[in-house]
Every structure is written in C-alpha cells, then in structure tokens.
Design a protein around this ligand. Structure first.
Ligand code: PRX
Length: 698
C-alpha cells in the first residue's frame, strides 16, 4: 500500500518499525512485533455466547481434556437419523468421526428450521449486482429473499429434478455458477440426495474446469447462462461448452437462467433449471447419509502436480462448521435474533462452502449473498449493502480491506455502518495497519475482529478469537478453537520456544478435516501427514507469543496466495510450458501491497524463438513486450485470470541445484529485492544468476 493512501493510524512505538508480516519462506524467522491488545468490548461480551477469557479458557481446557465428549455434545445440537456408536476412530491418517451416525446436512441446514420455529425467518437475502429499472425509468436494487420454508421448497424441487435426471447418491456433480441463490440451492440439493458436489470457482477457464471434472468423473455440471461482474457479463455456459469437449463423463448439464442471454443448449444433454424444477416433485425427503459418506470435493493447489481434490465427509464437517459459526461469529445467539450475516467469499472457495452456506444455515441465520464486485457501480457498494440490509456480522478478506483503504475513506464515511457488531477476516495474514483501519473505519472501534485461520483441508476454522472472550492483537489469529491443538514446531517436530518461528502443525484429528485426496490417498498421507511425525502439517509458518497467540507467517512451501486465492507455482509453470514458444518456466510470488502476493514468472524461450526474436525486424523491445502479453493471456486462458502473471521475465536458463531442482528462493529474492543475498553454493551455474540480474536491470 503506498503510504500516501494510508490513513493516519495510532501506532505503538514497537509496531511502527514492524516490517513484513510474511517471513522469508525458507528461513522461518519471525519479524513482526506487535504489542497492541484490544479486549472485547464490554457491551459485546455481555450478550455473547462466551463472555470472558476465563470462560473461554475453561471451555478450551475441557475440550482438550476430552475432545470426544466435547464434540459429541456439539453434535447433539444437530438432527441425526441414527446416533453414532463411537465419536472417533483414529488410525493416522484415517479419521472417522461419529462412526455409524446417520444424518443429512441439507436437512440440518433447511428442514430443521423450515419444520420448526424458524419457518418464516429469512434464510437468504440476495442482492444482484445490476440495478433493475422499472417502467417509469426508476432504478431499484435487485433483491430476492427466501424464508427457510421457501428455501425448503426450492431445495426439494431441485433435488427431485437431479434425481429425475438419474443422478444418484455417490455421483459427482460439478457446479460452475455465479453467486446466485440457486448456487446455494444446488449445493443443498446435492447434499440432500447424497450426490457429491465439486464446486469450481466461476473464474476458472475451460481447461481448468475439464481437469477437475475429469479427475472425479463428474456425471453432471450445474451452471448458469452468465453471471455479472463489474457490470459485465461473464459467459459461464459458453466456458462450460469449451470444457464439455473434453469431459466424456458428463451426461447432463443444468443451466440456471440468470441473464437471459441466448446460449447453446444441446438437446438431451442440456436442460434449463426452470423447466426441470417446474416439472419436479416438490417433495424430496433428505437421504440419511452415513457420517463418513463424502459430502463434497473441493480442488485446491498444492506444491506439486495438478490440483488436489480434497474430500470432505458429512458428519464431522457438519458438526464443526456448525459449532465454529456459532462461536466465532456469535450466531444462533438468542440475544441477537435479527442478525444479518454476510460473508463476502465466493461459494467457489471453501470459505463460501463453510461460512456462506453450511455453517450459518445450520445456525438458522439470515445469510446475505451479493452477486458482484465491491467497486460496482462505485467504491461504496459494500457499505451501501450493509446499511440497506442492516448487516450485523461482516466477514471478508484482507486483500479486500487493502483495496478499501486504497479507494479512500470517503466512500466508507458516507455510510452509517451502525448495524455492524462483529467483523471477520480470512484467507491470508492481515497486516496490522489494515486490521487497525478495519477496526476504526468499518467497526467504529466497537466491533471485535475475528481473524480466522484455516484451510480448504481443515474444512472449518481452527484458530480464531472467540469474540466476546479473547482479547485481540492486530495481525494475530489469536487462540485455537475448542478441541483444536495447534503447535509451532521445528522440521524435526520439536516445539519451538515462544516467540520463535516454526512450522504450524495440528497434533490431534478434528471433525471437519479432509479425509483424503480424491483418488489419491497416498498423496493425502504424503502431503499432510509425513513431514512432521504424528502431526498434520499445514504448510504454513507461524510463531506463538508468550500469551499463546498464533501469528501466521505465510506458506513455507511453493504455494502462492494471490488475493487470498491459493495457486501452486507448478500449475502456472505447467500452463506456461504448454505454450509452444516456452522451453522452461519458474514461477514465484513477490510481496504485493494489494494482493498479498503477485506472480512473477521467469521464462526461458525455445531457442528457435529466441533466434527469431533476435533477427526479427522492428522494435525488439516491442516484440518482447508483445510476447509477454501473449504469455500472460495464455495463462489466463489456461487456468483463469486469477493466475495471470503480474510480470514475466525472460532468461536464458533457470538457476538449479546440482540435482536439477529450480532454486525458487533465489528467484523470489530477485523478484522481490532485485538481488540475491542468500547462500548459492548449491547452484549449478552461477552465470545464470548474473544473466537473470542483467535481464532484471535491462
Ligand atoms: O496460508 C494460509 C492462508 O490461506 C491458506 C489456506 O488457503 P485456502 O485453502 O484457499 O483457504 C482459504 C480460506 C480458509 C492457509 O494455509 N490463510 C488462511 N486464513 C489465514 C491465512 N493466513 C493467515 N491468517 C489467516 N487468517
């Protein structure tokens, strides 16, 4: 963030000098020192589920002393068709939670409320990005609301429609949609009949969709004609059509009509959502699912190879998403019956699964969903939404907060924001100054902030403050959730002293942990359960301070975090190498004020291309610039625009160890500082570095 766009903030003397919150990826060294502490506001604590630090500590101690009893008690809040016979069956790395229990997450999200006291409570409030203009030319916000009773009807109709297509329990169904109520309905309908959904973020390109669909052999894709973003139309069905050329397993495509823009519909394969549901049975009982039946697959990036399809199962995931939502967001709180909860994440990511759909609906909350961009039609869209729907709980990403800061306080200050009582962040470490801005400008120093640390793999929050109880420190995710035992250790698995950096691991299984990588249990074991013996390894570096607070320091592996989205360096490299002009590529992340990390790609070209460029007529700088643009567009086309490199640097060769491993650390330093300070003794060819430096200077 350029300092001139940063509002003046109260800075304690110690933190003024605080450098980056993300430590060097290789040497886990903690550099952040932040001393501000904010106790929960008294008015908040008085009405919260957990009201004091002592209460949190007592509950935490109890949950750790007997985690199975703790989780069993939480599970009892939900509806089970048959009770479990055993809470946990643990045989590292294989966990079974609530063994033999039978339940249905769609039932717990919808039926339980629709058939009970909350039938007429609003379950979903949806706001479209575009304004609707009426006959007299007056513009209105495009809003749809569904009560729990209405949601119940819609979910049953769509579940019946899926069944009528022949989709059965255990079938995999891909979902590629924009943020519409139908997206939530699609998930709940799949869960209802036991189909395993695999949501693919709407920003992914055809090839990335096809890879995911093929990996889990999806039999159907649910999509929509197009969605809206920043006023433009995103042609989702057309992109799916491209993927469908490569996905023989797909027998049916269901298309929700959002925009009405004509799309190609293949007879027999493609069906309109509204036509299927009009003909569908409005009654579709929820299928009793085994606790360990798969609920969904969600693909995420790892260090090597193609994205991994993490598999989440039913019972443990239901219980932990329910309980974390209740305690971390203080939902289902009888003192706050009119809460309106808004998590800005797209349902294409795990945050949207757990904290837009499954967690809050299990809590019987009113959930707000917004279709579009925060800066459309202007920079104050989010604040307008908060005021007009009286949002009380707001959960967003640090990258968004940094953008709000950049856009200027005037867009925020026009709005009251008086309805807010709790704020949250997720997805990446939040820098203390952004945290302070959030607290001041959005929370008016009255709302606690919950910085929630977790991952696609963990399914639910593992580290976050319980807002009425745990004092917060800007930039720290604070203390573990009940039943969770994280630790910071050396590579050998020894606990590091307070204040030192190390690897973040989790020592015991937890209910919502992913059970496997789809089709590749070995990869699951190898990636998460072999680095530190007996522990789940998160891939993150962290330190714990003397008060037991966790400070996340970013990834210690080659996973990038761009605007809170995970991308493997390998994925971008593979896309680049697939371009006919590219011989080799190495991708690294460079710290970026707005996005957290920006992608820098070092590319060596095929020698014929280099030769042709050297002899080409015209401006060689312009030729190179055109090629860089071509490669950036190529990556966006292959993976999606979220993976588009910020910068491409051409180089004759890449620095490698003698064993042939690309030395990304050197490239990272070069991309960040323009120079290399570290140890280069394992380098194969020192001249490469000199050339890279020249390329950088030239
Ligand atoms: O590096 C951590 C970072 O995001 C990674 C998980 O990414 P993903 O699976 O896409 O899930 C994101 C939403 C849960 C983590 O390994 N991360 C997530 N939350 C935080 C965070 N880093 C620091 N602080 C957080 N609160």
């Amino acid at each position: 963030m350029p300092s001139d766009s940063m509002p003046a903030l109260p800075v304690s003397p110690d933190s003024a000098a605080a450098p980056s919150h993300v430590a060097a990826n290789q040497d886990i060294e903690s550099t952040l020192r932040e001393n501000r502490v904010f106790p929960p506001p008294e008015e908040f604590s008085a009405l919260a589920h957990v009201k004091s630090l002592e209460e949190y500590e007592a509950l935490y101690a109890k949950s750790i002393a007997d985690p199975e009893a703790f989780w069993a008690e939480a599970a009892s809040d939900l509806h089970w068709f048959a009770k479990w016979s055993k809470v946990l069956d643990w045989n590292l790395p294989l966990a079974k939670w609530f063994v033999d229990g039978k339940l249905n997450l769609s039932y717990n999200c919808v039926d339980r409320h629709a058939l009970g006291a909350l039938a007429d409570k609003t379950a979903l409030i949806w706001e479209g990005e575009l304004t609707l203009v009426d006959e007299s030319g007056v513009g209105h916000s495009h809003i749809r609301k569904l009560t729990y009773a209405e949601l119940h009807v819609e979910v049953q109709k769509f579940a019946s429609a899926l069944k009528a297509l022949g989709i059965q329990k255990g079938d995999r169904v891909a979902v590629y949609m924009g943020m519409t109520p139908e997206l939530a309905i699609a998930l709940l309908a799949c869960a209802r009949i036991g189909a395993i959904h695999s949501v693919i973020f709407g920003g992914f390109a055809a090839q990335a969709i096809a890879d995911r669909v093929n990996d889990s052999q999806c039999v159907a894709i649910i999509t929509q004609d197009s969605s809206y973003r920043r006023g433009g139309e995103i042609p989702l069905k057309t992109t799916v059509d491209g993927a469908l050329l490569l996905t023989p397993s797909v027998k049916h495509v269901v298309v929700y009509q959002r925009s009405g823009t004509p799309v190609y519909m293949q007879a027999g394969r493609d069906h309109w959502w509204h036509e299927l549901t009009a003909a569908a049975d409005p009654v579709c009982p929820a299928e009793p699912m085994d606790s360990e039946d798969p609920l969904y697959i969600l693909y995420t990036s790892g260090t090597t190879g193609k994205p991994k399809g993490l598999v989440h199962t039913t019972g443990g995931y239901s219980v932990q998403t329910y309980l974390t939502t209740k305690y971390v967001f203080d939902l289902q709180n009888p003192n706050h019956p009119n809460d309106v909860y808004w998590c800005t994440a797209d349902i294409g990511w795990v945050t949207g699964h757990s904290y837009v759909v499954y967690g809050p609906l299990q809590c019987g909350a009113t959930v707000l969903m917004y279709e579009g961009a925060p800066n459309f039609p202007d920079f104050s869209r989010f604040w307008k939404i908060i005021d007009s729907h009286q949002v009380t709980i707001f959960y967003t990403a640090p990258t968004a907060i940094r953008a709000f800061i950049k856009w200027g306080d005037e867009h925020v200050e026009k709005h009251s924001l008086a309805s807010l009582r709790l704020l949250g962040t997720v997805g990446e470490p939040i820098n203390p100054e952004a945290w302070m801005w959030y607290r001041d400008k959005i929370g008016h120093n009255r709302c606690p902030i919950v910085d929630t640390w977790w991952q696609t793999e963990t399914g639910a929050i593992l580290i976050a403050p319980i807002p009425g109880a745990v004092p917060t420190k800007p930039g720290s995710a604070t203390r573990p959730f009940f039943g969770i035992e994280p630790e910071v250790v050396t590579r050998e698995g020894e606990k590091v002293p307070a204040g030192s950096g190390g690897l973040l691991v989790v020592k015991k299984p937890w209910p919502s942990m992913a059970r496997t990588v789809y089709g590749d249990p070995e990869r699951y074991q190898k990636t998460y359960w072999s680095d530190v013996e007996g522990c789940y390894f998160t891939g993150d570096g962290a330190r714990q301070d003397a008060d037991g607070y966790f400070w996340l320091m970013g990834r210690v592996d080659d996973v990038l975090n761009v605007s809170g989205h995970r991308l493997g360096t390998m994925e971008v490299e593979s896309a680049l190498v697939a371009h006919p002009k590219v011989a080799e590529a190495a991708v690294v992340g460079r710290p970026d004020d707005l996005k957290g990390q920006a992608i820098v790609a070092f590319v060596s070209l095929e020698s014929s291309v280099t030769a042709a460029l050297a002899t080409a007529s015209g401006d060689s700088v312009a030729n190179l610039a055109a090629l860089k643009d071509e490669l950036k567009r190529w990556v966006a086309k292959e993976i999606g625009s979220l993976a588009r490199p910020e910068e491409i640097r051409f180089t004759d060769a890449l620095p490698k160890t003698r064993s042939g491993k690309i030395m990304r650390r050197l490239l990272r330093e070069l991309a960040t500082h323009g120079s290399i300070q570290g140890d280069t003794t394992t380098l194969e060819d020192f001249a490469v570095i000199a050339k890279l430096r020249e390329a950088e200077e030239g």
